[in-house]
Design a protein around this ligand. Structure first.
Ligand code: NDP
Length: 328
């Protein structure tokens, strides 16, 4: 039988962690025939709760689950990791300035980047879910100089999936007919979900929708503000859909995009589409053999350009702020 893949999950005792771990253990991260060994990383106060989740994982008797260990420090948590899902982060609380938020998260993602650099497996792949995800990924990567920057990614797949869901509701098409969706920029309210390159049943999605006012005034803000709408309705932030998107992100990264299609991932920019080199921004990407590639050559019209530029400007501000704080 195959050697288990070591998967590290931070913030394992949180609500996304609770929605994520059982599906990792049942084969939804890497595939139905890939055994996994789980390493749960938590802050010391949350270790006991993580132990409770581990008990439930044992009680699920997942055939693919080769073992579970719980850690309260990054060195042990990332030792031998092949895949790391960085979910735990410092949430923004009332009255907190953005600088405080970035600083608190620097205190988490800097030591995690260092531990990944020193102790993870050579093929480590990192997905940052904890917000501000793009900038947290930038911080972690900056402290892992021996790991290729391409291995640090940020999650915009939930935004991507939300866009698919809204287009399916609007047009009546099944989500499986919708391809080539793109989220550009930051995982924040400035993100730009682009329907102009998307396709529904092979036809241009914007033309199938045929309603520019809906795209501008309904679709884009609905996707961008969906997180807040879920908190408003459910009383808690989204967790199952965030966990599902994290599984989709890694599964696509490892197992590849379908021929002719692409996905959205927050990845380090090489300057494509005018996004300054080094920023972790969401792009359309294809994946193959465990590597991602930014889709080239898409025409960006005035409408899209303005929105991509606005989100990228926010990413540049966040980078400048963490630079000033000495975090990168
Ligand atoms: P959640 O599990 O709900 O969320 C975890 C992180 O995911 C947050 O930063 C959250 O951002 C982010 N996130 C990204 N996308 C989404 C989305 N679409 N919907 C909701 N969240 C999203 O948080 P909990 O408070 O339940 O759990 C966090 C856990 O992390 C705690 O157990 C805590 O102890 C742990 N932790 C661990 C650390 C470590 O291992 N070193 C460090 C810090 C915390 P946002 O806040 O913007 O919603």
């Amino acid at each position: 039988s195959r050697t288990p893949v070591n998967v590290t999950v931070t913030g394992a005792a949180g609500q996304i962690g609770y929605a994520l771990l059982f599906r990792i253990a049942s084969g939804h991260l890497l595939g139905p025939d890939v055994p996994v060994k789980l390493n749960l990383l938590e802050i010391p106060q949350a270790v006991k709760a993580a132990e409770g989740t581990a008990m439930e994982l044992i009680d699920s008797a997942f055939p693919l689950l080769a073992g579970i260990d719980i850690h309260d420090n990054p060195k042990d948590g990332f030792t031998g990791a092949n895949v790391a899902l960085l979910v735990g982060a410092r949430p923004r609380t009332a009255g907190m300035e953005r600088g405080d938020l970035l600083e608190a998260n620097g205190g988490i993602f800097k030591p995690q980047g260092e531990a990944i650099n020193a102790h993870a497996a050579d093929d480590i792949k990192v997905l940052v879910v904890g917000n501000p995800a793009n900038t947290n990924a930038l911080i972690a990567a900056a402290h892992a100089p021996d790991v290729p920057k391409s291995r640090f990614t940020a999650m915009t797949r939930l935004d991507h999936n939300r866009a698919l869901g809204q287009l399916a509701l609007k047009t009546g098409a099944p989500v499986s007919d919708i391809t080539n969706m793109t989220i550009w920029g930051n995982h924040s309210a400035t993100q730009y979900p682009d329907v102009f390159h998307a396709k529904i049943g092979g036809k241009n999605a914007a033309e199938v929708v045929g309603d520019q006012a809906w795209i501008e005034k309904d679709f884009i803000p609905t996707v961008a503000k969906r997180g807040a709408a879920i908190i408003e309705a459910r009383g808690f932030s989204s967790a199952a859909s965030a966990a599902n998107a994290a599984l989709n992100h890694v599964n696509t990264w490892v197992n590849g995009t379908a021929e002719g299609d692409w996905t959205s991932m927050g990845v380090v920019s090489d300057g494509s589409y005018g996004v300054p080199e080094g920023l972790v921004s969401s792009f359309p990407v294809t994946t193959s053999n465990g590597e991602w590639t930014i889709v080239q050559g898409l025409d960006i019209d005035e409408f899209s350009r303005t929105r991509i530029d606005a989100s990228v400007a926010e990413l540049a501000e966040e980078r400048d702020a963490v630079r000033q704080l000495g975090l990168i």
